[in-house]
Design a protein around this ligand. Structure first.
Ligand SMILES: Cc1cc2nc3c(=O)[nH]c(=O)nc-3n(C[C@H](O)[C@H](O)[C@H](O)COP(=O)(O)OP(=O)(O)OC[C@H]3O[C@@H](n4cnc5c(N)ncnc54)[C@H](O)[C@@H]3O)c2cc1C
Length: 394
């Protein structure tokens, strides 16, 4: 198996490196203006927003998974800003490009690409998470407006967002999936109440969002009435893909190695303890396997094949690796795990910040379809085992 890139791609890699050397140094602080200028230059060179048409602020490049991979690798290495990381860019933009009306793309895609507006994802409700199709928030068309009533939960960052894309029940007489529509709405209105949920870490990453006669115009619907399920499947596909990448975990593992060298056990660096060394070797093995599995997914995309269960497997394994890394770090820092992280100029400092990583690793195993649901899908679609009677989000 030859995993090297051919000369054309190595040349492309050199171009990306030269661009980064001229535009971004690893130590750069991420001031919004500097990030915005950098992103504009990177877009003009065709490195960012590759699948977004130029009229909507993208660089509109022909699909090339290998080039996309090289850009990702080099931007990670240089610690340069990539595309904005919120659900607006990751989930809504691809969905609008795939299913939206022309006016919706014109109005919503450019400011989202520029990072000027943030979106919340309004899917989950209490009693409707894995079994998303049982959701009960409803919307009725009254005098040219959707009137929305109900409640969402676990809505990440809603307290900081201007808009929401939500899955709501508009056709109550239709079967479960056929009764849903995908609406866009402004969160800054009297009918919306956002209540942050405080987590163990003291932070409020999630919210409950209440709708009491909240309103949105009739044409702020993506796809037709009752087509929300299909539209939402487009976003779930993107979310799974985005969680499974190996680069993030390579970087975390290298920080874990540093921690194991710096922390001491029985008077020696912890990395010299055979039990710790064994655990590190095990994680490193999982990481290598995951990297090659990523190449497999990449090869399938290049060949125009649907990676199918391979992408679910990669999400499952990636979250497991993240949890193993953070779990070992938690053991290495010992009693420091009981402290809340300190902040310096907005950045978390000190080894106790690993605890955020640890709690985060539990969250990632739930967000975008829980690990159990991924296992069900791999078993049913990948291995051909009998279907589970209960219905999941896929
Ligand atoms: C970090 C994070 C961010 C999130 N952000 C958002 C957001 O922005 N917007 C949003 O709408 N939602 C968000 N969520 C919610 C997330 O989508 C749901 O938590 C998730 O779908 C699971 O639903 P649930 O919490 O209702 O758990 P449940 O579906 O009730 O599951 C409970 C347990 O039962 C298991 N289970 C359920 N069904 C099956 C089955 N058929 N087979 C085997 N096991 C099963 C699950 O794996 C889990 O262990 C977020 C969650 C997290 C953790």
């Amino acid at each position: 198996m030859d995993l090297s890139y051919d000369a054309r791609y190595e040349e492309f890699r050199e171009d990306v490196r030269a661009f980064l050397a001229g535009h971004w140094q690893a130590g750069h602080r991420r001031h919004p203006e500097r990030v915005s200028e950098f992103r504009q230059a990177a877009t003009a060179r065709g490195y960012l927003f590759r699948n977004v048409p130029t009229v909507y602020g993208g660089s509109e490049q022909p699909p090339d998974p290998l080039k996309a991979r090289i850009i990702d690798e080099e931007f990670s290495r240089a610690r340069a800003p990539k595309e904005p990381s919120g659900v607006g860019m990751m989930l809504l933009v691809p969905t609008l490009l795939e299913c939206g009306e022309a006016w919706q793309k014109e109005r919503f895609v450019p400011p989202t690409v520029r990072g000027e507006v943030d979106w919340a994802q309004g899917y989950s409700e209490s009693g409707a998470g894995s079994d998303l199709a049982s959701l009960r928030t409803r919307a009725e068309l009254v005098d040219g407006e959707w009137v929305i009533n109900g409640q969402k939960i676990w809505t990440s960052n809603a307290q900081h967002c201007r808009y929401m894309f939500a899955l709501v029940r508009t056709e109550p007489d239709e079967p479960r999936h056929a009764g849903l529509s995908y609406l866009l709405l402004d969160l800054h209105q009297p009918g919306v109440t956002i209540r942050p949920l405080k987590m163990l870490t003291g932070q409020s990453g999630f919210n409950e969002v209440f709708f009491d006669d909240a309103r949105t115009p009739a044409d702020w619907i993506v796809g037709g009435r009752g087509e929300g399920w299909q539209v939402s499947r487009a976003t779930l596909k993107h979310e799974r893909g985005s969680i499974g990448g190996a680069e993030t975990y390579d970087a975390q593992f290298s920080k874990l190695l540093d921690l194991a060298k710096a922390r001491r056990r029985d008077g020696r660096p912890a990395i010299e303890d055979p039990v710790v060394a064994d655990r590190l070797a095990e994680i490193s093995g999982y990481l290598a396997a995951h990297r090659y599995s990523g190449y497999r997914q990449l090869s399938m995309s290049i060949a125009g094949q649907d990676p199918g269960p391979v992408s679910y497997m990669n999400k499952l394994v990636a979250t497991d690796i993240g949890h193993r890394i953070a779990g070992l770090a938690e053991e290495l820092i010992g009693d420091d795990a009981l402290l809340l992280p300190d902040y310096d100029g907005g950045r978390r400092v000190g080894d106790e910040r690993w605890m955020n990583q640890f709690f985060g690793s539990l969250g990632v195993a739930i967000a975008g379809g829980t690990s159990n649901i991924q296992r069900n899908i791999i078993a049913e679609r990948g291995l051909g085992l009998p279907r589970d009677d209960r219905e999941g989000p896929a």
